[in-house]
Structures are given as C-alpha cells and as structure tokens.
Ligand binder design. Structure first.
Ligand SMILES: Cc1cc2nc3c(=O)[nH]c(=O)nc-3n(C[C@H](O)[C@H](O)[C@H](O)COP(=O)(O)OP(=O)(O)OC[C@H]3O[C@@H](n4cnc5c(N)ncnc54)[C@H](O)[C@@H]3O)c2cc1C
Length: 448
C-alpha cells in the first residue's frame, strides 16, 4: 500500500482537501473535468465554468472559513489578501473575535487554493472526467477515466452536489427543497469609487416578505446582487430579465450608493438558478473502503446562509487530521467520514428549519394570509438580531457567532427570552425603513 490519494473535483472542497492531505504527507493528485482557470488572478477571479454553475452566483466567505484558512492554510489566506480580497468585520458593539468575513469572488478563492497546490507540486489534471472507481476485495484500488485506469488507494469524492460517485456509494438521509430561485448579476465599481458600506460584514440583506435581495461585496471592487423568489411565484419570474431586474433593484435604498450612475458597470447578465435543495447523505455500509465523499457530495445547504465553503473546508480539516500518520488509511477514512457526518448534521438541520420557517412566512405573505401566528413560531432571524446590537450586545454577539458559523444554534431559551423583550424595538426599526412592498416590485417588473 502506497497511500496514493486522488481527489476528484477541483472546487473548494477538492482543492482544500488536496492541499491539506498532501501537507499531511500523502502523495496526492487532483482530477477535474473542467479546463484549468486562467493563471492570472484578475481573470481567474471573474472566471466561471460549466462544472460549477454556482460560480455565476455570489459567494460569501464566513468567519469559520476565514478562521480555518488562518489556522490551517495561512499561505492561502495571505495570498487572498495580497490579491484584493478584503476582510470585513460584523460591525456590532458586542461582536467577539472571528466574526469577520472574507469578501472575495469564488474564482479568486479557487485561484489561491490552486496556486498553493502548484507551489507544493501537487499535480492537477484538468479536462479529465472520472467515470467510476476500481474496486478489489471491497477496497478502492483505482479510478477509471475515459481512456485509462489509474491506481489509487484513497479516492476523495469532491464532485459536488451532482456527484455520480456519491449517488452510487452513499444513501440519502434527507432531501428538502430550499424554496428559493436565485437571480444574480455581477458589477464592477468604477476606478476610484470607494467601496460603499455593507450592513452585515461583506453583505447587505433586505427581506421583503415573499422575496429577498442581497448585495455582496467581493474583491477588487467587484460586487454582485441577487434577488430570490419562491419557486412557484410566477409573478416574480421576470426577475431573470435584465431590464426588469434593474428596475426592481432601484427600489432598494440600501443598494443605491453602489448602483448610482457612474459608480459601477454591470459585467454579467442576470443569471437565474432554480431547483436548489438541502441534501444530507451518509456513506453506504457497502461502499468500498477508501472512498471518501466530501463537500457538497456529502451535504448541500441552501446558499442563502453561505455555509457551503465553510462546511467543505471544515470537512477537509477533519479528514486530513484523521489520516495524518495512520497505518490504516481506509479505516481512518471511514472513521473520519462518520465524524464528519455527525458534525454536519446540526448545521444541516438548522438550515432546513430556517428554510421551512422562511418559506412558510413567504408563502403566507404572497397569499395575503395573516402573519402574526407564523411570526411568533419562527426561529430568531440572526440578521435582525445584529441590528439589535445597541440594545443587547450579548444577543448581538450570539447572533454574530451564529452567522459566522462559530456556534451552531441561536435558539436557546435564554436567547428566545431576550429576543422577546426586543421584538417591539426591532419591529419599530423595520417600520422606519421598510423593504419595498410586493406591489412596488410587481409594478417595477411590469415597467410601470
Ligand atoms: C447559487 C449558489 C450560491 C452559493 N453561495 C455560497 C456562498 O455564498 N458561500 C458559500 O460558502 N457557499 C455557497 N454555495 C455553495 C458552494 O458553492 C459549495 O458548497 C462549495 O463550493 C463546496 O462545493 P464542492 O467543492 O463540494 O463542489 P463544487 O464546487 O460543485 O465542485 C465540484 C467539482 O467537481 C468537478 N467534477 C464533478 N464531477 C466530476 C467527475 N466525474 N470527474 C472530474 N471532476 C468532476 C466539477 O467540475 C467541479 O469543479 C453556493 C451554492 C450555490 C448553488
């Protein structure tokens, strides 16, 4: 046994796993079906590719992602900052350490990870699709591509949410709709225009009851906006039309400093993305030893919460730690996957609970049903609680830790009580700066 490790998929999960595993002393290589991204950081940051359709949508990198980069891949963290990524803290009087987001396009993060692999001499084979595993005596011994069989003792499946390997070697624990269709567009701030403020770290979010909009600040003056709607809400379908999208954006005062004439230029059309699901998988008992599902291949969560990259990097850290110095690579890999599954579960359940609450509220709002009863049952809205920092810094710190993924839950009896006391204050703040109404949005879509 030579411990040859192959990582399939060069997304954030695959690239970070390959780096950590090779640095743990395992001979590692990466197979990726897409061609390589450009070598230079500027075009690489803007690069989108067919294997990751989500690269055409905004990404936020939360406190947990940043903390793990700093702890485990500090050279990648430094490289990102050197090439225009910014660190944006959650500005709240109660915020503890690590409540800091990295504002970067996903392409820049992949570029920095790839560059570190190149520095370490880890081979990346692009334009190669892995078709199947080779298995002997219940243990992985290689993988098959279109024209060859390649020996491997451990195969990390980082093929993302549509992994064919995961379909074969894992079982679905839960598969629940996210209940949102995204419409996203990217922009570039004009030369010399300072970055306008964002409300929560690197993002500004406006929840409009039946729709939601967010503006994401990225690296080097790039930014993006998405507007989400319910999948069945055909009245908002025209958000995918660029002119209609722009008319709706003009309704959001929070975004005006970014979008005012002369401040920025759009650099993409509006891109819709539908069919998003929260999916949790588990390694099948009869999966071959040496097969390791990682990242979105094991757990997909609603992008609204921006957790995918943090979950992927955390899984890679768990795996590399488990495989360091072991004499039983496949056995340690199975134990690491089980540990990962247990670690993922509360994050997954939390996202499903939040999505269930939001879609219930949005559906009732669209159907003009009373909202009071639903509102009373909702789990606390973390962003609203960040707004409450000046009234209850402890509550804001708890909300900030949750948003940053430093704590799994915001929903303890003590916090519920504190939230209860603040509800009138928060409602008054919302009433003072209400989001655009659905009627306004429909009017803007119609071009009236
Ligand atoms: C609309 C949207 C917005 C998102 N926003 C955020 C966000 O704000 N913050 C955040 O943290 N996360 C976000 N995510 C999630 C995030 O993109 C992923 O969770 C994260 O990148 C980890 O993905 P991954 O590396 O596991 O898979 P992917 O990034 O999907 O990468 C899988 C890779 O495997 C390759 N591949 C697939 N099959 C094969 C094969 N057979 N052979 C070879 N190569 C193969 C693909 O080409 C691809 O490069 C978002 C997701 C979506 C859909």
């Amino acid at each position: 046994m030579s411990d040859r490790t192959t990582v399939v998929g060069a997304g954030i999960a695959g690239l970070s796993a390959a780096l950590l595993l090779s640095r743990a002393g395992l001979p590692t290589e990466v197979y990726e079906r897409d061609p390589a991204a450009p070598d230079d950081p500027a075009p690489a940051a803007a690069h989108t590719r067919p294997g990751t359709p989500q690269s055409r949508h905004p990404h936020i990198f939360l406190g947990l992602f940043r903390r793990q980069l700093r702890e485990h891949l500090p050279d990648v963290h430094d490289e990102l900052l050197r090439h225009g990524a910014e660190e944006v803290a959650l500005e709240s009087p109660g915020a503890g350490p690590d409540q800091v987001m990295i504002a970067a396009r996903r392409g820049l993060v992949e570029w920095a990870l790839s560059r570190a692999l190149d520095r370490d001499g880890v081979p990346r084979r692009h334009g190669v699709t892995v078709r199947a595993l080779e298995v002997a005596d219940g243990t992985v011994c290689g993988l098959r591509t279109d024209d060859a069989v390649h020996p491997a003792d451990l195969v990390v499946d980082a093929c993302g949410s549509r992994s064919q390997l995961a379909r074969r070697y894992t079982a679905t624990v839960a598969d629940v709709e996210c209940g949102k269709v995204y419409n996203s567009r990217f922009y570039q701030l004009a030369e010399g225009v300072p970055r306008p403020p964002t409300r929560y770290g690197s993002v500004s979010i406006v929840d409009g009851l039946g729709f939601g909009a967010a503006l994401f600040s990225h690296d080097n003056g790039a930014f993006s906006v998405d507007i989400g709607r319910l999948p069945e809400d055909e009245e908002l379908k025209d958000l995918r039309d660029t002119a209609s999208f722009e008319r709706v954006l003009a309704l959001f005062p929070d975004f005006e400093p970014w979008l005012r004439p002369g401040a920025a230029t759009p650099v993409s059309e509006v891109v819709p993305m539908a069919g998003l699901r929260n999916v949790l998988r588990t390694l099948s008992p009869d999966a071959p030893r040496g097969y390791v599902p990682l990242g979105d291949a094991l757990c997909v969560t609603d992008p609204t919460f921006g957790r995918g990259a943090s979950l992927a990097l955390a899984q890679a850290v768990i795996l590399a730690r488990a495989l360091t110095g072991t004499g039983d690579l496949p056995g340690a890999a199975v134990r690491a996957t089980r540990e990962t599954e247990a670690w993922l579960r509360p994050w997954f359940e939390d996202v499903v609970a939040q999505d269930t609450a939001r879609t219930t509220l949005w559906r009732a709002a669209v159907a003009h049903q009373p909202l009071e009863g639903i509102l009373a049952q909702l789990p606390p809205n973390p962003f609203m609680l960040l707004d409450a920092a000046q009234h209850d810094p402890e509550l804001a710190d708890a909300a900030g830790r949750y948003v940053s993924m430093l704590d799994t839950t915001l929903d303890t009896p003590d916090l519920r009580q504190r939230v209860g006391r603040l509800v009138p204050v928060l409602m008054a703040a919302q009433a003072a700066a209400p989001p655009p109404s659905r009627a306004q949005v429909l009017k803007a879509l119609a071009g009236d």
